[in-house]
Every structure is written in C-alpha cells, then in structure tokens.
Ligand binder design. Structure first.
Ligand code: PHE
Length: 339
C-alpha cells in the first residue's frame, strides 16, 4: 500500500492539463467520493499497527497535494477563459513599432528617384580604385596641384591604389564600357583624408551625374539641375551658378540654392548671403572625352557631383554631420517610417 500511495503522489505532482474537463476527471479519480483517497482511508483499517503512522501521513499528503494541484489548475484555466470572455477578439492587436530609414537613405532615394525620372541610369563601381580612374582619366595631370583638392588615402605599398575621393571614377568606368548617348548617375561612398568635425568627415556619400550625347549644352545642364533642385527642395527654390574650377570640366561651376532655412532672408546657415552651395558641375572637358575614346568633335556632355550628407543637412536643418554616423536612436527616429 505504501508504494501504491507514493506512486499516486508522483502522478499528482506530474499531472498537468489545460483542459478543464480533464482536470475535473482527475479530481474525481483522486478526491471524489469513491476516489483513491477515500479508498485508501477505508483500507487503512487493515494496515498493521506499526505502519499506521507512516501510511496515515502519506494519505494526508496525497490528499493535500491533489487538492492544491486541482485548485491551482482550475484557477489558471478559469482566469484565462475569464480574460477571453472580457476581451473583444475582433479588435486589432497592439501596433508593432516600425523602424525608420536612415536620413541619408531617405535623401539618397529621393535624389536617385528624381534623376531616374529624367532617364538617368544608376552605375556603381569599386571603392578601392587606381590612379587612372580617380585622377588621370579625368584630366588631373601628374604632379598637378589639383590632386591636392581632394586629400587622398593611398595604399602605402602601392601609391597607384587608393580609396576613391569621388565617384567620378565610376563615370570613367561607364565611358570605357558604353558609347554615347550616356546618361547615368553614380551614387556611392567616398573617402578623403580630412579631420572629422561638424562639417567634414573622412567618409561620406556622393551622387555624381554624367550626360554625353550630340549637342548637349550648358543650357541643358542648367535646366536639369534647376528641375532637380525644385523637385528636391520645393517649387519656390531658386538656383544660381558661380564660375569655379574642376580639372575634368570646362567651363565649371558651383551651384547654390536659395537658403531653405531663412527663405533667402539671411541666417547663420547661409552666412547671411541667402544662398547655400549644393554641388559642383560643368561641361565635360574635351580632354576627358578624348582620354576615354569619345570623339569631342561629335559629342559634348555635362557632369555634376554632390554630397548626400551636405544636402541632407540642408534639407533637415541638421547642424552636425557626425550625427549621421553615431546611430543615436533619438536622432534616427525623427525620420519617416520605412513604408
Ligand atoms: N567630382 C567633384 C567632387 O568630388 C564634383 C564634380 C563632379 C564637379 C562633376 C563637377 C563635375 O568635388
């Protein structure tokens, strides 16, 4: 009898069910009027005197454990069904938090979208480049001080290998592979050996554009960039072109837009001029076309290049460029959800 009771105690301890009728069946089997506990008590009479104490204690233990188990199972099952009854199961569930795109991705996508609508394709190229694609093919003569305009990271063992300082290198690769008409933009990461500050970083993103065909003129360049600026910054945006210098374009210009933050009235972002610079551009230098086996007598083209960080700072009024790279959620959460 002792071992039989111990066996049932074990069964009680291990019993588990989420079915309320099974729990009730279990209760009847052990604690019911004709259940095991009643049976053990009636058999108690026949237990030899010296064993009575131990058997009695065990039967009580079984009874208490079974009661405890049945009550706790009934409680938890009862609560669940109570909860289910009081809840409207047709209501939508609590919302799942949606992440947001990185502001640089938002602006990158906007820019790519605008130029895609104008028929520009997207080209990509390597970040580790050679001198030819970054400088020589773009009319930077060797030893020319223009190479210092962009502080370059060279590979020590082989100064012919470097990290690209602009994505114009991708345009050289496009000219190698394609014949005009060429209409492409090249977005990507670029590297310059600059001290990190609120306004400069050694890694940033560029989007450069190249358009080569017969009869492409400076007017086409200006019109394309004006359309771009109005699409990105709003219809009321004005542009102006200032003469500048790049080895690969002639004539060259820098483009300003009317300051978004003060509406052209003057503020510390535009240094009280009402204008902010957003990109460099110009007509592709005939030497560059020649270097890339394109006949400059037949074809002309324009090119432009902009920094995505700079444009994002202007678009969102961000004052410190380092914020883009710190991954601070308080900053990142302020941008539109990624839908
Ligand atoms: N490659 C230039 C830069 O990185 C930008 C540029 C591109 C200027 C094309 C003119 C034409 O600064």
């Amino acid at each position: 009898m002792l071992s039989k009771i111990k066996e049932i105690i074990l069964e009680v301890e291990n019993f588990i069910s989420e079915d309320i009728t099974k729990v009730e069946e279990f209760r009847i089997k052990i604690l019911g009027k004709k259940g095991l506990v009643t049976q053990f008590f009636s058999d108690f009479r026949n237990v030899p005197n010296e064993e009575k104490k131990e058997v009695g204690l065990l039967i009580n233990e079984l009874k208490n454990k079974a009661l405890e188990k049945v009550n706790s199972l009934k409680d938890s099952l009862g609560n669940v069904s109570q909860e289910l009854k009081s809840e409207d199961l047709t209501l939508p569930s609590s919302p799942i938090e949606i992440g947001s795109r990185h502001p640089l991705s938002v602006v990158h996508n906007n820019i790519v979208d605008i130029f895609s609508r104008l028929g520009f394709t997207i080209s990509e190229g390597p970040e580790i480049e050679d001198d030819w694609h970054v400088f020589s093919a773009l009319n930077f003569p060797e030893e020319h001080p223009a190479r210092d305009m962009q502080d370059t990271f060279f590979i020590e063992k082989n100064p012919d290998i470097l990290l690209r300082t602009h994505t114009s290198s991708v345009q050289v690769r496009t000219m190698e592979k394609q014949t005009p008409p060429i209409r492409t933009i090249s977005p990507g990461r670029v590297f310059r050996n600059e001290a990190i500050s609120a306004r400069a970083h050694c890694i940033f993103h560029q989007i450069e554009g190249l358009y080569i065909d017969e009869n492409v003129s400076f007017a086409d360049l200006k019109q394309t960039l004006m359309y771009f600026a109005k699409e990105l910054f709003g219809e009321e945006t004005e542009i102006r072109l200032r003469p500048s210098y790049f080895p690969f374009t002639e004539p060259s210009a820098e483009m300003d837009i009317s300051c978004k933050l003060c509406g052209g009235k003057g503020c510390n972002v535009c240094k009280y001029t009402g204008w902010v610079e957003i990109l460099g551009c110009g007509m592709v230098d005939p030497n560059v076309l020649k270097q890339n086996n394109i006949d400059p007598e037949k074809y002309t083209g324009f090119a432009f290049g902009m920094g995505v960080e700079r444009i994002s700072m202007l678009k969102y009024g961000i004052k410190d460029l380092r914020l883009f790279f710190e991954n601070d959620l308080r900053f990142l959460k302020q941008f539109k959800p990624a839908l």
